[in-house]
Ligand binder design. Structure first.
Ligand code: OAD
Length: 241
């Protein structure tokens, strides 16, 4: 299987990578559907990542994102991130971490926003970053907007919110303009992001998927490589850092 995928890659001139939380798992950033641990084990991420949760308890939601930011700041990109930086012209990611950037990918498209782009919850003015040293409390009052005084919110897309329009348009463009799509570490169930690999597949573009577990994309992938990103990608693309 890996030889078949490597042959497809060798023929491709414009590779686009589409990544999800599994891409960062081996860097120590837990996936969205992993159970939370420690201070956060009583909470369900899907219930913290909503505008309603922030409205009801801004300190709780801000603290959770601060703890995720701290976790990401402690993490390092792994050989799979570096392999992607070497081969993909564009990276489209659902991840809110910055591991692709730190591995050398230029301007990844962040479909679900970023932990490093907080903004005002009312007037949308970007907040200065960093907003302070990340800390690990269970409730931290979010800082206030310098323009309007409303609480600053994380710059991520929450459940029930639309994707940033420019990012989604850039992702659709990249997906329709590539000649190979590499899909890594996504459960491919959260729409509309999960539509991106279908855009490529419908045009007859080969799709190579890397995931230890089956996903709804298995039937449309030209090759399914079942294994962890940090091992499979360097083996497929070459190199270790
Ligand atoms: P999920 O947490 O839904 O899925 C992670 C995927 O990574 C699963 O398919 C795992 O099998 C796979 N995986 C786990 N370890 C891996 C490894 N070492 N190498 C490769 N793959 C591995 O994450 P996403 O698909 O990114 O949205 O979730 C999509 C969106 O749903 C997230 O961006 C977030 C979330 O709820 C919002 O917050 C809007």
């Amino acid at each position: 299987m890996i030889e078949e995928a490597a042959a497809l890659l060798a023929r491709a001139e414009r590779v686009v990578a589409f990544t999800g939380a599994g891409m960062s798992a081996e860097s120590g950033v837990p996936t969205f559907r992993d159970a939370l641990t420690g201070l956060w084990e009583r909470y369900d991420p899907a219930r913290l990542a909503t505008p309603e949760a922030f409205e009801a308890d801004p300190g709780l939601v801000w603290a959770w994102y601060e703890s995720r930011r701290a976790q990401v700041e402690r993490a390092e990109p792994h050989p799979g991130h570096h392999a992607i930086a070497r081969t993909a012209a564009t990276v489209i990611t659902q991840n809110v971490d910055d591991l692709h950037e730190r591995a050398g990918s230029t301007d990844p498209v962040h479909l679900h926003g970023s932990l490093f782009a907080p903004r005002c919850s009312r007037c949308r003015k970007p907040a200065a970053t960093p907003v302070g040293p990340p800390s690990d409390g269970e409730r931290i009052a979010p800082p206030r907007c310098t323009a309007c005084g409303a609480p600053i919110r994380p710059g991520v897309v929450w459940f029930g919110e639309s994707l940033p329009e420019t990012a989604f348009a850039a992702a659709l463009d990249a997906a329709s303009g590539c000649d190979l799509m590499l899909v890594v570490g996504t459960s491919a169930i959260v729409q509309p992001a999960a539509e991106i690999p279908h855009v490529a597949a419908r045009r007859g573009t080969p799709v190579v998927q890397v995931n230890p577990r089956p996903t709804p994309l298995d039937p449309i992938a030209t090759v399914n490589l079942h294994g962890p990103a940090a091992e499979i990608l360097p083996a497929l693309i070459g190199g270790t850092t």
